[in-house]
Design a protein. Structure first.
Length: 258
């Protein structure tokens, strides 16, 4: 992050109260950048990104944590290292980021507990695991993925249609059983509608905001359904903002955190 963009990110994180002491500086690399073209409705038309710096993240042991979330921008080597060295009680979450990167953790998928793909990323994972239907509906694809792995949940983001969650009814004995209880649900499948909004300024960051809300909720013991509700409200806050992470998100979601 040894450039203007990186320094700006760090300063914004500090202002938001985030601990930045563990951020590594790689002087020879560029800060990750995402540039997009949006329609007047705020919807994405096209985008390009430079995420090469993620491939340079050094491998080092992480302190014990109740939840570990990794995304598809990490190299397969880094994903394998951090997922397979996570503590047995650590709930691991994978955010695919894009269709081409969605299958990166499959060689060590048994170390993942929850995945959060959109419908296209889910289809890619489904096919990589041997699914044969050319375009299965997402309930079929999600249930197939659960049947072929030791995941405890597949959370499918559906844009304006909200989120669909699919939970394995029979988690692998051992730590997976404990992690399953953190979801606080006996329902094998349910949907959470998108939080209603009167305007969309920019879709950039909405999916990341939803995942962030999910993680915050689970870390506070809310269970899967309430955590996803928090996520949809975080996503709405970002949809209404020109920033990729809304500066009013905390205030916008305050009523769900009390």
């Amino acid at each position: 992050w040894n450039d203007g963009r990186g320094k700006d990110v760090v300063e914004r994180l500090k202002a938001a109260g985030v601990d930045t002491s563990k951020i590594a500086v790689l002087p020879a690399e560029n800060t990750a950048t995402y540039q997009c073209i949006l329609a007047s409705t705020g919807d994405l038309i096209s985008a390009v990104a430079d995420m090469k710096i993620f491939e340079k993240i050094p491998l080092a042991p992480l302190p014990a944590a109740p939840i570990l979330c990794l995304d598809g921008n990490l190299s397969p080597t880094a994903l394998e290292y951090y997922l397979t060295t996570a503590g047995p009680t650590t709930l691991t979450v994978f955010e695919p980021t894009s269709v081409p990167k969605s299958t990166r953790p499959l060689p060590f998928i048994d170390s993942v507990d929850i995945i959060t793909p959109n419908d296209l990323e889910l289809l890619e994972i489904y096919k990589a695991l041997g699914g044969r239907s050319p375009s299965p509906p997402h309930p079929e694809a999600a249930e197939y993925v659960l049947s072929k792995t030791h995941l405890i949940a597949v959370v499918v983001t559906l844009g304006p249609d909200g989120v669909a969650a699919y939970v394995t009814p029979n988690p692998q004995p051992g730590p997976k059983t404990h992690k399953h209880t953190l979801l606080k649900t006996t329902r094998p499948a349910f949907t959470v509608p998108a939080a209603s909004t009167d305007r969309i300024v920019d879709v950039t960051g909405a999916g990341d905001s939803l995942t962030a809300g999910l993680l915050v909720g689970l870390s506070r013991g809310f269970g899967l359904e309430k955590s996803l509700t928090l996520g949809t409200h975080a996503a709405r806050s970002t949809l209404r903002s020109r920033l990729s992470v809304s500066e009013t998100m905390r205030e916008d979601c305050k009523h769900l955190l009390e």
